[in-house]
Design a binder for this molecule. Structure first.
Ligand SMILES: Nc1ncnc2c1ncn2[C@@H]1O[C@H](COP(=O)(O)OP(=O)(O)OP(=O)(O)O)[C@@H](O)[C@H]1O
Ligand SMILES: [Mg+2]
Length: 261
């Protein structure tokens, strides 16, 4: 099983869109079994999949209030192979309690990942992280093999990258295996400034995926419904790009772990 955090300290850069489409494409196009975990108190992923928030949520797992049998605690999304652990705004309260209690709950997602991996029921565990370092995002990073960093090409976002990469490097003391899978350029468009910014990023030391996700009006439209682009607008530029990017990611990460194309 591969465990991935979709993270950026910046808000609104396409983390949740990337989590939704990576998970959906892996499950639907590649027959992979994917567990998505909403680590954000905004709970956008949870709302998108219309998950039941009265059942176990990520906060319960972080505080170890959940039943040890993780399989009883995940929800079906309606997409075959794709399941979800929802979040609520209750996650915000954990940031305070994590600070008060020290880092005791921050290993909870790593324990959870180990339990999921041991059962062999999932091929991917994907954490949709909130903007910034919260208790949930730190716990997700501690459990992850690698991170994907969606980024908008503007001066502010690319500047924040250095901080993020520094924080990830500092987490190696607790998760030595963690690495940056790559930076994923989102909302790409062919303006001179964006092209120049993308070229600068690609010339830096950070690994950047070859595929960029183009800006498409179909993305905000799709967020009002509950269907990923594969169903809502399969020919949209963003859908085509997300499929290309997942193929690139699989190639870079050594292919699919189970199931067939
Ligand atoms: N390729 C795209 N084309 C057009 N709009 C996009 C694209 N990707 C994302 N968006 C829009 O950008 C906004 C932010 O996307 P998203 O919610 O995925 O970002 P986020 O990083 O998860 O945000 P947050 O930090 O608040 O969790 C949304 O309104 C979404 O519709
Ligand atoms: Mg989000």
């Amino acid at each position: 099983m591969k465990t991935v955090s979709i993270i950026n300290l910046k808000g609104g850069v396409g983390k949740t869109m990337t989590a939704i489409h990576m998970a959906d494409i892996l499950a639907s196009d590649y027959g992979q079994r994917v567990l998505l975990a909403d680590c954000d108190g905004q709970a956008n992923l949870t709302a998108f999949f219309q998950a039941d928030t009265t059942c176990t949520t990520l906060a319960d797992i972080l505080t170890a209030d959940h039943e040890p049998c993780w399989l009883d605690n995940v929800q079906e999304t309606g997409i075959p192979g794709l399941r979800l652990i929802p979040a609520t705004s209750g996650l915000y309260g954990l940031d305070v309690s994590a600070i008060q209690r020290g880092s005791t709950s921050l290993g909870a997602l790593r324990d959870f990942r180990d339990a999921v991996a041991e059962d062999g029921e999932e091929d991917w565990l994907i954490f949709d992280c909130p903007p910034g370092f919260t208790a949930a995002s730190c716990a997700a990073l501690m459990a992850s093999d690698f991170v994907v960093v969606p980024v908008l090409i503007d001066g502010f976002s690319t500047a924040g990258m250095t901080d993020l990469l520094g924080q990830i490097a500092s987490l190696r003391s607790v998760n030595p295996a963690i690495r940056v899978g790559g930076v994923l350029i989102t909302q790409y468009r062919t303006s001179q400034a964006v092209q120049a910014g993308a070229a600068l990023l690609r010339a830096s030391l950070v690994p950047v995926y070859d595929t960029a996700i183009r800006r498409s009006e179909r993305v905000p439209e799709m967020s009002f419904g509950h269907e990923p682009l594969r169903l809502f607008s399969p020919r949209s530029a963003a859908c085509v790009d997300y499929r290309r990017w997942v193929a690139e990611l699989l190639e870079k990460e050594g292919g699919i772990t189970r199931g067939e194309i």
